[in-house]
Design a protein around this ligand. Structure first.
Ligand code: ADP
Length: 187
């Protein structure tokens, strides 16, 4: 099963994605985690990505599309993937479609986790204090939320038109949200 987690920064994609991936038995792939690891190892990818990430901007599509093609081609991904943090643009969504289609697969479900902006800002500011992520400064948080609205929110329509969009309310405790997701997916 191939699942895309949509939803703005702070909506709980990482937490819910990990729970759901375990439950279904597919790997969770997070482009944010892959990029942070590349930055900390100082690889060429990390050097290209770092300044965009710190400013709350998207890393350019050509960089991310290469990464998407690589991870969706891995043997571990052959039975499905929980996609966390990608696709984030229409060009990336088309790249995901191409990579899956080449293997006779398609995106089965897209979970859109809905959380009000005020709550997102509160959660992200709290995480900044706990984890010290370099893109959790107030300016970068505001930028990430704006970039989401401009570049990623259009994917709601893209997937809605195909009938694979599943809307889930992302407020409440972790278990409640996990149960809502399971219900909406019928698992
Ligand atoms: P969040 O959803 O909280 O913003 P992520 O870990 O998914 O956290 O992403 C952190 C940063 O990594 C993004 O702000 C962006 O700079 C970069 N990034 C992650 N995934 C992508 C992607 N698919 N396309 C472009 N940039 C990405």
């Amino acid at each position: 099963m191939d699942i895309v987690l949509l939803g703005p920064p702070g909506s709980g994609k990482g937490t819910q994605g990990a729970l759901l991936a375990d439950r279904i038995g597919i790997p969770r792939v997070s482009t944010g985690d892959l990029l942070r690891s590349a930055v900390s190892r100082g690889t060429a990818l990390g050097r290209r990505a770092q300044s965009c990430m710190d400013q709350g901007l998207l890393v350019p599509d050509d960089v991310i599309i290469g990464l998407i093609e690589e991870v969706l081609g891995l043997a571990e991904a052959a039975n499905g993937v929980m996609m966390d943090g990608f696709p984030r643009t229409l060009a990336q969504a088309e790249a995901v479609d191409r990579a899956l289609e080449a293997q006779g697969r398609r995106v089965d479900h897209v979970l859109n986790i809905d959380v009000p902006d005020r709550e997102l800002f509160r959660r992200l500011s709290g995480r900044a204090r706990e984890q010290g992520r370099s893109d959790d400064t107030p300016e970068a948080i505001r930028k990430r939320l704006a970039v989401y609205g401009e570049q990623t929110a259009p994917l709601v329509q893209y997937y809605g038109d195909r009938g694979v969009l599943r809307e889930v309310r992302g407020t409440g405790n972790i278990d409640t949200i996990a149960a809502r997701i399971a219900a909406v997916l019928g698992i």
